[in-house]
Structure formats: structure tokens, C-alpha cells
Design a protein around this ligand. Sequence first.
Ligand SMILES: [Mg+2]
Ligand SMILES: [Zn+2]
Length: 239
Amino acid sequence: MHLHRVFRCGTAMVRPSGISEWGEGAPHLDRRRHRKAFDRRRARAVFLDRDGTLSEDVGYAREVAQYRLFPWTIPALRALRQAGYRVIVLTNQSGVARGYFPEAVVHEVHRRFERELRKQGTQWDAIYYCPHHPEGVVPAYRRVCACRKPGTGLVERAAREFALDLQRCVFIGDKYTDIMLAHRVGARGVLVLTGHGREEWERSQKEGWRPPDHVAENLWEAVQWVLSHESGAECRATP
Ligand SMILES: [Mg+2]
Ligand SMILES: [Zn+2]
């Protein structure tokens, strides 16, 4: 059934090797032998921004204890994973290039968050960050890179590592760069009004930028929207 859906949508970038037939003939396929192919076809992710989306935006704080997940973050991640989404965090950490904190602080913050998630029985699948900035003061990190959002470098890497179909992915963030990035890679973007979200939303309307696919009060509401507006929903009705 899943095969059929993907085929009808015409969005799938995968025709897994070893599978020559699409459609109703699929049940004879050996799921173990073609496990990768099946995984592949299912691979969809929600890309989450960190500061202002998962956690409070604390500026360029170097004190790890200042970083706090929003109270709804853990239930939101749990809901996504239960629905079969990969949860991938993408974050610009130019504070490293700007000399506000060493890269070790970034790692420590992530370990702190990961511990908290684990304690409550969930996790993210991966976190990717960019420590660069073109005008940074730390020479090692001062550069124009492809990984700083809205650059697509990190997304391309995640797409390779998790064999994702980006058209079935959703990006959630509090900045317009998150939305631009989503649209650049053919995914959907949800703007949350936490963090910088409200000012970003106002600015985008004034500037007439392409609107997000949805605007949500916070991550919890964004996830509810994702779960009730899965891509390919129109195809699911196809017999
Ligand atoms: Mg943010
Ligand atoms: Zn970078």
C-alpha cells in the first residue's frame, strides 16, 4: 500500500535497487533482504531549529545551565518519533566564530539536552550545527560556508545519512532562514512564534516574503499541524 502511495504521488526520488516492480505486486518482496529499500521509502524527517524553537533563545550565553528546553519540547519530540519521523536538529552556532564561547560549550549544551530527553524516554536522531560566520573573529571559524542556514549543506548531509526524501520533510523554526531553507530544498516550513518568531513573522509580511506553510504558537502546535497535514495525504485516498 505504501509502495502504491509513493508511486502515485510521483514525489518519490527512490526506486530502490532490487525492486523492479511497483504497486500491488509488492507483497512478495522479501522485507529482510530489501530492508534498506523499505526504510528508504519511509524516510521522512522533521528538521528542528534549536534556539527559540526547542529551547529558549538565551542569546550567546556561554553558561550551559542557562539553556533550557521548552516544557512542550519533550512531548513534541515523542509524538514525532511515535509517528515515524526522524527528528533532526539543525542549528547555527555562530557564537563560536564570533568568539562568544568555545565549540565545547555547544557540545555541552547538546549533551545536557540529550540527557534530559533520555530521562523522559525520548531522543533526537541527530544534531548538526554550523560554528562558522563570514565575519567571525576566530580565524579558524571565519568563513563563508555552505552549512550555515539557509545554506543547504547540513540538510544535504542529513539527507544522505538518513536517506531522506526531502519533499516529505518539514522544517520548524523561529527564523525566516529556517523557512527559506525548507523551501529551497522542496520541503515545507512551519514558523513558530516563540524565540524571534513574532518579529520574524511581522517582518516577513511587511517584506512580502513567501509565507511559511503554517504559523504555530510553539513547537507543540507545530507538531500537531505536521501530524495532521502529512505530505502525500491527498494520495492516501487513492485506491
Ligand atoms: Mg532559532
Ligand atoms: Zn558553517
